[in-house]
Design a protein around this ligand. Sequence first.
Ligand code: 5GP
Ligand code: ZN
Length: 126
Amino acid sequence: MENLVKLDPDCLFCKIIEGKIPSKKVYEDEDVLAFYDINPSAPIHFLIIPKTHISKLADATMENQQILGKMMLLIPKIALDAGARPGQSGGFKVIVNNGADGGQEVYHLHIHVLAGPRPWKQELLG
Ligand code: 5GP
Ligand code: ZN
């Protein structure tokens, strides 16, 4: 993929991409990073982020089409690697919070991926 890495020095997740703030990585390549959420809402809870600063889903443009598609297509494999149970009896949930009403707290676009035996915390829905 064309390398469009543009980071914001004031952004928490850009600092995680740069390694200035530590994270427990699940997957990384030149375009994306996946790391475990510091406050998990499920037995398996990680975030996948683009290695370019996009504040929120509503700010993404057609320029970001490839990276958004890539993140969605990587999720099933990363989820399995992280321990999500396979098949129809297993699975995972994906969530994108957008803006204050959407419950977004960190303004670097991220996709939550949750998996593992229930019950889960309801925090992300609030
Ligand atoms: P949001 O509410 O913006 O959709 O979700 C932000 C998520 O980032 C939250 O689930 C929160 O626990 C997680 N988070 C916030 N700060 C850090 C951090 O420094 N490291 C990691 N690994 N996760 C973080
Ligand atoms: Zn950022």
